[in-house]
Design a protein around this ligand. Structure first.
Ligand SMILES: [Mg+2]
Length: 123
């Protein structure tokens, strides 16, 4: 199983993610709703992948990504945002995100992006 930390400040988005990943090879090991919590939980839980909302209260997903990767560079971070403007995507990649998922998303697309980020091939 791929261990995933889900970061999004919107409870309904986290719920949609839980539903989308049901029956997949991805296990949600934690959920965080702001950037500070995301960093703390990533350090504590050491997930394989973090699904990181970009717009978060307090600390942005970009800053949280930098902090997570500074301590645990093996963690893969998939950026998660409603805004896919080029500048946002570039910032996410610059911060170390390995891919980018745009909300709203298809379940299969989310599963594929997380599996790809974890570099686990599932036939
Ligand atoms: Mg948000």
């Amino acid at each position: 199983m791929i261990r995933l930390l889900v970061v999004d400040d919107a409870p309904f988005i986290r719920e949609i993610v839980r539903h989308a990943l049901r029956g997949s090879q991805i296990e949600i090991v934690g959920e965080a709703e702001d950037g500070h919590e995301a960093v703390a939980m990533a350090h504590k839980l050491r997930p394989d992948v973090v699904l990181m909302d970009i717009v978060l209260p307090g600390k942005s997903g970009i800053d949280a990504t930098r902090e997570v990767l500074a301590v645990n560079p093996a963690i893969r971070v998939v950026a998660f945002s409603t805004n896919d403007h080029e500048t946002v995507v570039m910032k996410a990649i610059d911060a170390g995100c390995s891919s980018f998922i745009v909300k709203p998303f298809q379940a299969a697309e989310l599963v594929a992006a997380i599996e790809q980020a974890a570099q686990i091939k599932i036939a």
